[in-house]
Design a protein around this ligand. Structure first.
Ligand code: CTP
Ligand code: MG
Length: 231
């Protein structure tokens, strides 16, 4: 079965506080979205890219990449999970969906290749890139006055940050998202919907440079990681 990249790109980037959605900010001469799309489609194992764009988007159609033959554009939804669902609807049932945030332009081909290794492991429905937690982790509790106290220190062993891409069998993931949304779950990544349905999700260590650009300070950091990749 073929591998399709599904790119949710319909967010407004409220935490970035820029004059446009963050995926349209420029780093090293290209928009964040263009970096992301070009990395995905230039990987030899990725067949096509499906992108979810907000119906009110004014920027996407001005980019040359919007005319690319390898790209299918679908409407974004009111949250990330719905944007992903709309993208999955454009895929054949028998395929692999590699879901990757538009806001992660520093993804490397090496990490994509490592993740694609789960396809040859038939004990797994799919897997995700993740990176181990480095900070000491505290569980907080609210005091009577509303201030926060440390409840206890969480054991950091086996605690990971979930990244994207996240790779799953398309039909199975579609079903898991439908069930999760019907159950009223908050679905912040594909894996959580899969886990809730009892599927095994493989965890694969990815490069921590694959950051999600969220706040203004992430822009120079991403520029640095991209320049390192180019050198
Ligand atoms: N996304 C989407 N559809 C939505 C919301 C988010 O496709 N309704 C996408 C974003 O474009 C982004 C990815 O999901 O590529 C991860 O979301 P996030 O980093 O939260 O981006 P935004 O929602 O745009 O940012 P913010 O939460 O700060 O508003
Ligand atoms: Mg968001």
């Amino acid at each position: 079965p073929e591998i399709y990249a599904v790119v949710p790109a319909a967010g407004i980037g409220s935490r970035m506080q820029a004059d446009r959605p963050k995926q349209y900010l420029t780093i090293a001469g290209k928009t964040i979205l263009e970096h992301t799309l070009e990395t995905l489609i230039s990987h030899p194992d990725i067949h096509r890219v499906i992108i979810a764009i907000s119906p009110s988007d004014e920027y996407f159609s001005t980019l040359p990449v919007s005319q690319a033959q390898w790209l299918t554009v679908v409407a974004g939804g009111h949250d990330r999970a719905t944007s992903v669902q709309n993208g999955l609807a454009a895929l054949p049932e028998q395929s692999w969906a590699l879901v990757h945030d538009a806001a992660r332009p520093c993804l490397s081909h090496a990490d994509i290749t490592t993740l694609l290794g789960v396809i040859s492991d038939d004990t797994q429905t799919g897997g995700i890139l993740a990176s181990p937690v480095r900070d000491t982790m505290k569980r907080a509790t609210k005091t009577g006055s509303g201030a926060l106290n440390v409840s206890h220190t969480e054991c950091r062993d086996n605690l990971w940050h979930a990244l994207t891409p996240q790779l799953f069998n398309t039909g199975v993931l579609r079903n898991a998202l439908v069930q999760g949304i019907a159950a009223g779950a908050t679905i912040t990544d594909e894996a959580s919907a899969m886990e809730a349905q009892g599927h095994q999700v493989r965890l694969i260590e990815g490069n921590p440079a694959n950051i999600k650009i969220t706040r203004p300070a992430d822009l120079p950091l991403a520029a640095f990681y991209l320049s390192e990749q180019a050198s």
